[in-house]
Design a protein around this ligand. Structure first.
Ligand SMILES: Nc1ncnc2c1ncn2[C@@H]1O[C@H](COP(=O)(O)OP(=O)(O)OP(=O)(O)O)[C@@H](O)[C@H]1O
Length: 356
């Protein structure tokens, strides 16, 4: 199946710097792709180029195989069949919710009204159809803006941090509603966010951006579990880093030897593990659990501090062997006293090995 939206080698420079540096990306109908990355990495500029409000310096964009912008071609934004949903959306204050939703529709009046009411019902707002924007809460207004953007059945929906103005409790509900409406409509969605949680929740595919480039593309599971480098791993959660020197394709650590093929002798190797993949065991008269092939050798540490985070407890250890600090999380209440000696083991299948 050919992609609905196809970006090929998009470049945008401001002065000497390439803010978007050779971005290629496809989004299929009914698929949600998240452009995820830190502030300033070029996400919004990419979106603005797709919308047609910014022009690229090189590259092409195709919509259903039709060139919409490239050398010598620039289809104006309003002719691209693209819906926009930004954080600072504005409803027309003098129109009711239903009139706002029906505003951009070109069909017969009764038909437009029916479409507006159907969409409002799908986001739980039928009772608000005849209300004006100032009579609606922020979250309700946002849902109206969303269905207004969806109403003309755009082929592509561009969303730039669309939920960031909402408080957490509202946000989850509106995200899920949005997701189901967009899926039902079969819209191709390109959504910009700097929040990994939002991308994990919304995306079929995440495109992780850094300095104007896409450094990794994949589904949330793969991006989280097989990050391309340490920075990609650290973008999604806190990480622990254990350093060592590779020798004969092996690296010695307090947790035993790790296989590090492909790293030359003497090269620094970083072994990365997320806090939830460290296992904590009690000290049995100076001994920890027995080594196993799947968890390697345990290492002893002393609790520096422990904090209850609501869904989990976070325990920081100072390791006996080298004084380094490692953090483990436990999905329960576990608050050992500072100074308590405990043993840590690393789930080998969860360790990531990167060049240092
Ligand atoms: N019109 C412009 N002129 C000059 N520089 C610009 C212009 N627009 C954006 N930039 C610069 O390009 C870089 C990328 O901006 P962009 O808004 O695309 O980033 P972003 O990843 O969306 O960040 P944020 O999440 O903070 O919005 C930034 O350094 C920004 O200052």
């Amino acid at each position: 199946m050919s992609p609905r939206l196809d970006l090929r080698n998009i470049v945008k420079r401001f002065g000497a710097s390439s803010v978007v540096d050779d971005i290629s990306l496809t989004v299929a109908a009914g698929q949600i792709t998240c452009l995820l990355g830190p502030s300033g990495c070029g996400k919004s500029t990419t979106l603005r180029i797709v919308a047609g409000v910014e022009r690229q310096d090189a590259g092409e964009i195709y919509l259903d195989n039709r060139l919409v912008c490239g050398p010598g071609t620039h289809v104006p934004p309003e002719q691209r069949s693209i819906g926009l949903m930004f954080q600072d959306f504005a409803l027309f204050p003098h129109l009711t919710a239903a009139q706002n939703v029906a505003f951009g529709l070109t069909g017969a009046k009764a038909e437009n009204r029916a479409r507006a009411h159907d969409l409002l019902e799908r986001v739980g707002l039928s009772a608000f159809a005849e209300k004006y924007p100032h009579e609606l809460s922020g979250g309700e207004q946002q849902r109206v803006a969303l269905v207004r953007a969806i109403a003309p059945k755009p082929k592509v929906m561009l969303m730039d941090e669309p939920f960031s103005g909402l408080d957490n409790r509202l946000r989850d509900g509106i995200r899920d509603e949005t997701l189901s409406v967009l899926k039902e409509e079969g819209t191709a969605v390109l959504l910009v966010t700097h929040e990994p949680d939002e991308a994990m929740r919304m995306a079929d595919e995440i495109a992780l951006m850094r300095d104007g480039k896409i450094v990794q593309r994949g589904n949330p599971y793969n991006i989280y579990n097989a990050p391309v480098d340490k920075a990609a791993a650290a973008f999604f959660s806190d990480i622990n880093v254990i350093r060592g020197q590779s020798n004969g394709a092996l690296t010695d650590t307090p947790f035993g030897q790790f296989l590090t093929p492909g790293h030359s002798d003497g090269a620094t190797v970083e072994i990365v593990i997320r806090p939830q993949h460290l296992r904590i065991d009690f000290d049995r008269q100076g001994r920890g659990p027995n080594p196993t092939p799947s968890e390697g050798v345990p290492a002893r540490g002393v609790v520096e501090r422990a904090r209850f985070m609501g869904r989990e407890s976070l325990v920081e250890f100072r390791m006996d062997q080298d004084g380094s600090i490692l953090t483990a999380t436990v999905p329960a209440v576990f608050l050992p006293k500072p100074g308590t000696a405990l043993w840590l083991t690393m789930r080998r299948d969860r360790c990531l090995v990167f060049p240092g």
